[in-house]
Design a protein around this ligand. Structure first.
Ligand code: PEP
Ligand code: MN
Length: 348
């Protein structure tokens, strides 16, 4: 259930609603909106009577939420959620497209710096790179671990890029959250419920990638775990699903973007790198992702893709990323979306 407060409701009236919910043994989730506050209720075993709240001071109405997911649903919040990253005012889900770029894995300081320099110059404001890599084979490169996180922190200091990096389990999250600006939960962990609960208790925003065979309901339910724990800063990411097609690594499901926009207020990005697995398909699908209404992109870029320790065949050369930036910016403009100015442009 959602208790919608009147625009002029006072702090005390909102507090009284939250206290009543808690006294009933349920959880109250205050959700501020542009016009008014709403308070979501979770943990109730069955439907509640709206009259329990509608007589209270400052309450406009109490609405039953029909979807199995509550906090991520548009029924509970009809405006788009804006997810703030870092403390310099970067927002995901607004008019500006969020572009995250960088190598699949951090391999060395030199590799990370070369990648960061090029993606920053091309206009990306967020840098990606795994320090902990969940790999299909135990013999494949597993990432540099904490050394990789330290390199990422140096990238932030040197280039002013915000850091997006993956956390692979609840214990590992204690370390990763000390370095990351955004905690990535990978496709393989979309239903790792203890990890979802752990990132749900973090103060850092979370980039939640869709599981390889997850339905839209399963994807939104995974996000619900994070919001339920109190972290409302969730960015969804479509990264392709497993199908019978063998011309690509995965099948990028771009139709999920308008479907998510209809059902949820959360922002959603597209990963055309894992979504296709082939370098020559990344640019066309990136263009399509922006056209279909994605709030941004996460793209693998490597200074020397042919020597990459992971996902080289889908990593762009830096020049290709520059092309991607200018073409997606042009498509975004038609739809009223803009790109953030590059960090160097900000510094003047
Ligand atoms: C990645 O971003 O490098 C990654 C492993 O992605 P996914 O979880 O989508 O496979
Ligand atoms: Mn990768």
């Amino acid at each position: 259930m959602l208790v919608v407060m009147k625009p002029a409701a006072s702090e005390e009236e909102i507090r009284a609603v939250c206290e009543k919910i808690q006294a009933m043994g349920f959880r109250a989730h205050p959700m501020p909106g542009a016009q008014r506050m709403a308070v979501g209720i979770t943990g109730n075993p069955g439907p509640l009577d709206p009259e329990l709240f509608e007589g209270m001071a400052g309450v406009a109405e109490a609405i039953r939420v029909s979807k199995p997911y509550k906090l991520v649903s548009r029924e509970i919040r009809d405006e788009d959620s804006l997810v703030r990253v870092g403390d310099a005012g970067l927002v995901v889900g607004g008019k500006e497209l969020a572009i995250i770029a960088g190598p699949c894995a951090i391999e060395s300081r030199d590799q990370a710096f070369r990648a960061a320099e090029r993606v920053e110059r091309a206009g990306a404001r967020l840098f990606r790179g795994g320090a902990f890599k969940p790999r299909t084979s135990p013999y494949s490169f597993q990432g540099l671990g904490e050394e990789g996180l330290e390199i990422l922190a140096e990238v932030r200091g040197r280039f002013g890029l915000l850091i997006v990096t993956e956390t692979i389990d609840p214990v590992n999250c204690d370390l990763v959250e000390q370095y990351a600006d955004v905690l990535q939960v990978g496709a393989r962990n979309m239903q790792n419920y203890s990890l979802l609960k752990r990132v749900g208790r973090s103060k850092k925003p979370v980039l939640l990638k869709r599981g390889m065979s997850a339905t839209l309901d399963e994807f939104l339910m995974a996000a619900e775990y994070i919001l339920f724990e109190g972290n409302y800063n969730v960015i969804l990411c479509e990264r392709g699903v497993r199908t019978f097609a063998d011309h690509t690594r995965n099948t990028l499901d771009l139709s999920v973007i308008p479907a998510v926009k209809k059902l949820s207020h959360l922002p959603i990005l597209v990963d055309p790198s894992h979504g296709t697995g082939k370098r020559d398909k990344v640019l066309p699908l990136a263009r399509a992702a922006v056209a279909v209404g994605a709030d941004g992109l996460i793209v693998e870029v490597h200074p020397e893709p042919d020597r990459a320790l992971s996902d080289g065949y889908q990593s762009l050369y830096p020049e290709q990323f520059e092309e991607l930036m200018s073409e997606t910016a042009a498509i975004g403009r038609i739809l009223g979306r803009t790109m953030y100015p590059a960090v160097t442009a900000l510094k003047g």
